[in-house]
Design a protein around this ligand. Structure first.
Ligand SMILES: [Zn+2]
Length: 504
């Protein structure tokens, strides 16, 4: 062993005759032998993973405790602790002092920011408080006044001493159940009346025009049953060559209400009944025209085309009231009437005296002829000339709304008597007035006198300044007759109800 101790010389021997180096080697050996056997054996018994991970041995730990520097001490550390004053560099506490001046500077800035934020917050709160408590102007019941913004209507009434009386809580029949139990007031803002809920939520914003008046009555809740009232047939006027549906019937509705609080009942008309009205009317042209209408019944027949030729030659049109059964027999003549620019209406199917028929027969006579006409010509009509001019109020009931116009006449040529052509002309033209309807026939027998009379008749009236027009155009010349009625093809509107009894 090399001697590297400068204080000993190889000649310094102890009592055993050993040199200092020999003594030192002996101390090291004893020192190793003096290490506790138990400790060595505990260390030897450690499981491999403990050995691998446990770091310094307990022996080193004890040495570290002795230095006060934690467990990281090593044999080298023990040595330097004793002699060199070396300190481990890993203790975190040693860094702390250098942090202190920095922290103090940051705190100062934070405090400054906090103060600024606080000032802004206070300013904002003050501003918001001032804004939400500002005074605004409104018009209250016509007078300008100022109020705190956000004021509710009840406060407005209280602060401004608005006089308004509460409504009552009333029964279905209108008697007072609770005086003042209705709404407290009625509020209108800028012309719009507020509901109770809206009035409760309303807050003054400024600039509004508010009107506050007495409260409304509130009616008790009720249960109800509904009843319908059927329309009746009503006649308007006592005489006229034309009769037409001037108002369609509509069922009325009544509600019988039973109050949940009062037990009282009240009948309330929810929808008024509308009677069906038949207007009797003589056409009076209002458009300045001088017009008459020639009409021919009981066709079509073998004579019809001859009539159409004469009308064309003499610059006239006419209206033909055809029987359904004759249209079925002479469909081409029926079509020729329409093609000639004349009007084709119904004279019922088989020329029944309708008031003597059953209701069902009346209905089939009316609708049967309409069907025949449509089938032969493609046109629709709901106008009828009743056979024999016999049509009563009750007959209208049986038509069930299938017809809309009944056309009679003002002048009867009495051609059916076969009085001779001159007499026919005389009967048809003497005393005629503007808007009159002339009755003749183109079927039902021999019509040679009519064929002979017709040119003279037309020329006579044209000479008096009359124009021959169809029934529809005659009706259109009178502005008291609705356009849809004058068309003679109106049908019962949806929702209309045809009456089953006459109005009394
Ligand atoms: Zn007839």
């Amino acid at each position: 062993m090399q001697n590297d101790n400068p204080y000993f010389s190889p000649s310094d021997q102890d009592v055993f005759g050993r040199t200092p180096n020999q003594r030192a080697a002996s101390r090291q050996q004893r020192s190793r032998q003096a290490q506790p056997a138990g400790q060595r054996s505990r260390s030897a018994r450690q499981r491999p993973h403990q050995r691998a991970t446990s770091g310094p041995s307990q022996g080193h730990a004890r040495a570290a405790q002795a230095t006060g520097n934690g467990f990281v001490a090593s044999r080298g550390v023990q040595r330097t602790h004793a002699g060199t004053g070396y300190r481990p560099a890993s203790a975190p506490r040693r860094r702390q002092p250098s942090m202190v001046p920095q922290g103090r500077s940051s705190n100062d800035r934070s405090k400054g920011m906090l103060v600024l934020v606080a000032v802004i917050a206070v300013a904002a709160v003050v501003g918001i408080f001032a804004w939400t408590n500002r005074s605004v102007e409104i018009t209250l019941n016509g007078a300008r006044t100022s109020l705190k913004v956000g004021t509710g209507l009840e406060q407005v009434i209280g602060e401004k001493k608005v006089s308004c009386k509460a409504g009552n809580f009333v029964s279905v029949s209108g008697s007072v159940i609770d005086q003042g139990g209705g709404t407290a007031y009625t509020a209108t803002v800028d012309g719009r009346e507020l509901s109770s809920d809206d009035a409760g939520r309303f807050r003054v914003g400024g600039g509004e025009s508010i009107d506050i008046s007495d409260g409304a009555d509130v009616t008790e809740d009720y249960s109800s049953t509904t009843t319908e009232t059927q329309p009746k047939l009503e006649m308007d006027g006592s005489y006229g060559a034309i009769a037409y549906v001037s108002q369609w019937g509509e069922a009325g509705q009544d509600e019988v209400r039973t109050g949940n609080v009062s037990g009282q009942t009240a009948t309330v008309n929810v929808r008024p009944v509308k009677n069906c009205i038949i207007k009797l009317h003589n056409v009076t042209p209002t458009n300045g025209q001088k017009v008459v209408a020639l009409t021919f019944d009981d066709g079509p027949s073998a004579y019809t085309e001859k009539y159409l030729s004469i009308l064309k030659e003499h610059g006239a049109v006419a209206t033909f009231f055809n029987l359904g059964q004759s249209v079925d027999e002479y469909p081409d003549q029926a079509k020729a009437i329409v093609d000639a620019g004349c009007q084709l209406c119904s004279h019922t199917y088989s020329h029944d005296d309708l008031p003597k028929d059953s209701a069902d027969k009346v209905y089939s006579e009316v609708t049967g002829a309409f069907s025949s006409i449509t089938k032969a010509t493609g046109i629709t009509t709901t106008a009828i000339r009743p056979p024999y001019g016999d049509f009563k109020q009750s007959t209208w009931l049986s038509t069930k709304g299938a017809m809309t116009v009944s056309v009679l006449w003002n002048m009867d040529s009495e051609d059916w008597r076969m009085p001779g052509a001159d007499k026919i002309v005389s009967n048809a033209t003497s005393g005629i007035q503007n808007g009159y309807i002339i009755l003749m026939h183109d079927g039902g027998g021999k019509r040679d006198q009519d064929v002979e009379a017709l040119p003279t008749l037309i020329d006579t009236l044209k000479g008096q300044g009359y124009t021959f027009v169809t029934i529809s155009d005659l009706m259109k010349s009178d502005d008291t007759i609705p356009e849809e009625v004058a068309s003679c093809d109106q049908t019962m509107p949806d929702g209309a109800v045809w009456p089953t009894e006459l109005a009394t």
